[in-house]
Design a protein around this ligand. Structure first.
Ligand code: NAD
Length: 365
């Protein structure tokens, strides 16, 4: 049974505390507003380093079990992302069970804002898949615990350009290790998912002289990006076995699994999607055995978090950019650590994140 099937079975049997992805979450909040149709789950993994800041995802999950598993995995990842990025934030995330293209309403987002407010700042929200700055305005009507507000409202706007820049920097670090140069010129890169982050990443890659292949579920979006940046369109699963140099997952998680890794022909995986490894230990090890260098997702996709974090106190775009640019250095150091300790890059990233939490709070999480 794979992890997702196991999670499905557990939810059917009513297991939450022993859920495969539970991992000592402090709080899990199930939110329902009948009037707007809102169904959401907020996961607070830890508040050890500070308030749990993490985006809200809107997705038409096939089942409630999928949604619970996703939010638990995402909020846990945020704890480590904040720590390894040197931020005094905990780990949290929210999912709204709906289709952002056909079911999202401002009433639904406002109802969600009331639930965020009920947590009194233990959880601070922002954008994720299917959610943009305009939605944060609706959320903001009922709570101040929100980031990623539009610039004209004094916020920092959409965090995704920062995320994309950090991913690009992480990819450059991986190139430096694999090929002895951080240039991506002439390399073939598959960007899977050309949403907010994917599009900006395509722009950076094109400007760097890479040959970019793109895939997405939405044909209209795909064609627009292809036209604008001259990127070649490939089929949804075609990239897994294509002769590419870099695979950049920028859609949903768990795309690095038994099936995909068997076919991969790339040298580097570096993308924005959270929780790319379906099973952290097994699939991290499989990539290493295959000689594919994996740049840990929660390290290289932290640019957006770094940016929204600055919105809490005093927003400073240049400082956000400076810190996001440094993802290159942290990623290089991490690859060195993995090599020295004989562990996978993902294990090294977890170690580095846990070490900071231990140093600051006296106990690991
Ligand atoms: P988005 O909703 O703007 O874009 C996601 C895109 O992926 C959509 O266009 C969707 O159609 C596409 N997609 C979904 N499944 C796909 C599949 N199987 N194949 C190809 N395309 C598929 O989301 P985003 O904000 O760009 O985020 C992308 C990823 O990066 C997510 O996993 C998100 O959690 C992660 N992330 C985003 C940020 C941020 O700042 N937005 C920060 C950190 C991590």
């Amino acid at each position: 049974m794979n992890d997702l099937n196991a999670a499905e079975t557990e939810v059917r049997e009513g297991v939450v505390f022993q859920h495969i992805s539970f991992d000592e979450h402090e709080q899990v909040v199930f939110c329902r507003d009948r009037h707007s149709g809102l169904k959401a789950i907020i996961g607070i993994h830890s508040t050890n380093l500070g308030p749990a800041l993490g985006g809200t995802r809107m997705w038409p999950y096939a089942s409630e079990a999928d949604a619970l598993n996703d939010v638990l995995r995402l909020s846990r990842g945020m704890s480590f992302k904040a720590s390894i990025s040197g931020l005094d934030l905990g780990g949290g995330k929210a999912v709204i069970l709906a289709d952002s293209r056909t079911q999202k309403t401002s009433a639904m987002m406002e109802a969600f804002g009331r639930f965020v407010e009920s947590l009194s700042g233990r959880y601070i929200t922002a954008e994720d898949v299917g959610i943009g700055p305009a939605d944060m305005v609706s959320v903001h009507k009922h709570t101040g615990h929100v980031t990623g507000l539009p610039v004209e409202m004094g916020g920092s706007g959409d965090p995704s350009p920062f995320t994309a820049w950090g991913v690009f920097r992480g990819m450059q670090a991986a190139a430096q290790v694999q090929w002895g140069t951080d240039s991506l010129s002439g390399r073939t890169v598959w960007v899977q998912g050309v949403g907010h982050v994917g599009e900006t990443l395509v722009r950076h890659l094109t400007e760097a002289g890479a040959r970019v292949l793109v895939s997405d579920l939405y044909a209209d979006r795909l064609e627009a990006i292809s036209r604008q940046y001259g990127a070649a369109i490939i089929g949804a699963d075609e990239g897994y076995s294509a002769p590419i140099d870099v695979y950049a997952p920028c859609a949903l998680g768990a795309t690095l699994n038994d099936q995909s890794i068997e076919h991969l022909r790339c040298s580097i995986v570096a993308g924005a999607a959270n929780n790319q490894l379906m099973n952290e230990e097994r699939h991290g090890a499989l990539l290493r055995e295959k000689g594919v260098l994996y740049a840990p997702d929660f390290l290289i996709n932290a640019g957006g978090l770094i940016n929204v974090n600055r919105e809490i106190a005093h927003y400073d775009e240049a400082e956000s950019m400076r810190r996001t640019t440094l993802i290159y250095d942290t990623t290089l150091a991490l690859f060195g650590r993995a090599e020295r300790d004989g562990i996978t890059p993902h294990q090294a990233a977890l170690r580095m994140a846990q070490e900071r939490i231990l140093a600051r709070t006296g106990s690991a999480i």
